[in-house]
Design a protein around this ligand. Structure first.
Ligand SMILES: *Cc1c(COP(=O)(O)O)cnc(C)c1O
Length: 507
């Protein structure tokens, strides 16, 4: 039963309406004289009042604190969201990122005053190239998807330099790929050609071979793939695409599973983005854009975007900002400045505090934890590829539960009531009703067992036929089950005062 209270609050979790509903355009939280002559912004003149809601300071503070308490966070509990690598962000990294010398820099400061920061970027680039065995790195992309764009633009530039941009238009993408891969290829003007998966969750090598031809620009492959499996044929795939004159883009979002164990450069990768927020434990988008540096092979290095970090004769560092000043052929630039300094500091702090051996162990522990979860759960859920060890993610599906009327979405909602953010649902698309669980290396055995115990109890409840329990979940979350299809198809993107007052009157 829904806990019902007079106030709508649940225990100490306060009910909270929208800012527009608690504020009032005729109220203000500050006591300043009415501004004069500020109805202009450049050549634009304000025609009507902005109608922003005014609140007292405590109302404003409470509004955001109440909302923040409805949030789930990695600092609150295990966050098993597969493919996202939600792991603990060590506080040491945060401390270093807040040092004045890094946090207070302005991107237009004279280079002579930012040598320490540039040195840090050079050191980070060195670590990334050493770890991946690749020749160059563009630090500026601001997310994994942005890094994909960077890599694919480098490939397009390389094809243009070869005079083959018009003829090599096709990019081969596996059916299990993350949605950003085909989106990036299409955004760069390529034609996306899907290659299927085998029964055991790998790229279908025979079908891949048939797709090769002199119109192929590249293959985009994730390794380990989104089924949480290592693509054993990766070297063959690289050799084949190279022999056909194409490039190998590797989606490096899952690099956290193989870091220190294998160098992508040795596998024949030409371009790969690295999600610092996944592998190197910087917050996901926390406090600003993320960072998705892209490593490039010798073949693509000349096309790396500006700015380029270069060491002068006097050993000081400089940034080459314009393509005309570069000794190579940059395809352009990815963003206004040099990238996300705060993320660079956190990532390098993470690397240096772990050391090379520690990073390797982090990857091994991530794989060990996922295999532990898989081993505990596969007797209770169907594990489509459970007869082989997984990498950093355990993949289950709802096929054994559907007969009892319980589906992946119902389990995800029931997990909310148990105090967990759900696993990734319905991805990868190649598995019907997929549940993708990524525990990461930062969870202890105790936490993994606690989570597995909950998952097992839920599976038993579903097996006992209690579908009503699942359909009613979540019972304890701030909002009950939403009509997600309607929310996606007919999103309400504007708050309208009339609707709000009509609703208040109806209540
Ligand atoms: C996370 C992820 C991406 C995209 O990275 P963002 O930083 O979210 O843009 C791409 N591919 C895979 C497999 C991912 O898991």
């Amino acid at each position: 039963m829904t806990p019902h209270t007079v106030s709508g609050s649940r225990g100490l979790l306060q009910a909270e309406p929208l800012l527009f509903e608690i504020g009032d355009v005729h109220r203000t939280g500050v006591d300043l004289p009415a501004p004069k002559g500020v109805d202009r912004l450049g050549g634009l003149k304000r025609k009507a009042a902005l109608d922003l809601p005014g609140l007292t300071e405590p109302e404003a503070v409470r509004h955001y604190v109440r909302l923040s308490q409805k949030n789930y966070a990695i600092d609150l509990g295990l966050f098993p969201l597969g493919s996202c690598t939600m792991k603990h962000n060590p506080r040491l990294n945060e401390r270093l990122a807040r040092l004045d010398g890094f946090a207070d820099l302005h991107p237009l400061q004279p280079l002579s005053t930012v040598q320490g920061a540039l040195e840090l970027m050079a050191e980070l680039a060195h670590w990334l190239m050493e770890l991946t065995g690749l020749d160059a790195v563009a630090l500026s992309p601001k997310a994994g998807a942005h890094g994909e764009l960077c890599g694919m633009l480098a490939i397009r530039a390389a094809l243009e330099a070869r005079g083959e941009a018009e003829t090599r238009r096709r990019v081969i993408v596996p059916s299990s790929a993350h949605g950003t891969n085909p989106a990036t290829a299409a955004a760069c003007g390529f034609i996306v050609d899907e290659v299927g998966a085998t029964e055991d969750g790998h790229v279908d090598l025979e079908e891949f071979k048939q797709k090769l031809g002199d119109d192929v620009a590249a293959v985009m492959l994730t390794n380990p793939n989104t089924c949480g499996l290592f693509e054993r044929d990766v070297k063959t795939i690289a050799d084949l695409v190279h022999a056909a004159g194409g490039y190998f883009y590797c989606d490096g979002a899952n690099y956290n599973a193989i870091m220190g164990r294998v160098r992508p450069g040795d596998l024949g990768v030409d371009a790969m983005h690295i999600n610092l927020h996944k592998t190197f434990s910087t917050p996901h988008g926390g406090g600003g854009p993320g960072a998705g540096p892209t490593v490039l092979s010798q073949a693509l290095a000349p096309f790396a975007p500006v700015p380029h970090l270069v060491r002068r004769d006097d050993k000081s560092l400089a940034l080459i900002e314009h393509a005309d000043d570069a000794s190579s052929a940059p395809f352009g630039r990815m963003c206004a400045f040099h990238g996300q300094m705060g993320m660079f500091v956190r990532a390098l702090a993470h690397m240096m505090s772990h050391g090379a051996d520690g990073l390797k162990q982090a990857a091994e522990d991530a794989v060990l934890n996922a295999n532990y979860v898989l081993a505990r759960l596969k007797g209770h859920y169907n594990a489509p590829f459970g007869d082989q060890p997984c990498m950093h993610e355990a993949l289950l599906d709802d096929s054994t539960l559907r007969a009892n009327g319980v589906e992946t979405i119902d389990l995800a909602k029931a997990l909310l009531d148990e105090g967990y953010h759900p696993f990734t649902t319905y991805f990868p698309l190649v598995v019907h009703g997929a549940m993708l669980i990524e525990p990461t290396e930062t969870e202890s055995k105790r936490e993994l067992d606690r989570f597995a115990d909950v998952m097992i109890a839920l599976a038993e409840r579903a097996a006992a036929g209690d579908s009503a329990f699942f359909k009613a979940a979540p019972q304890h979350a701030p909002t009950r089950r939403l009509d997600e299809v309607k929310a996606a198809r007919q999103p309400k993107l504007r708050w309208k005062p009339e609707e709000a007052s009509a609703r208040a009157a109806a209540e």
